[in-house]
Design a protein around this ligand. Sequence first.
Ligand SMILES: [Cu+2]
Length: 127
Amino acid sequence: MTPVETTVLVASLAAIGWINWYFFVAGRTVTRATGTGNGPQEVLVRVDGGYSPSSIQVAAGRPVRLSFDRADTSGCSEEVVLPDFGIRKFLPTGAVTTVEFTPDRPGTYEFTCGMSMLRGRLIVTRA
Ligand SMILES: [Cu+2]
């Protein structure tokens, strides 16, 4: 093989590996909230062109505190919306903004940016 062929092969394998990771691993990783007893279930969510983690598991019937740490400056992510809980909040860049609510019923709920382009999931399980 020529050096060019080798480079193309290596780059292709890297791309395939990344695509598999992105679709089959990254999207399925569910982060459980921390906190026990009656205190809030806390999760720190980084906002930087998307939500990380984007799948969050909490238990029903206990308060949830999501802390959004916004790093990017795009207009897209400046608001976070949790329609099922009636929450819409502005996220200043470079700051952590907390949102608190108590999910009463198990289910999967979405959280999005103000235009529904960035998406995350809140998986509420039976307490
Ligand atoms: Cu947006």
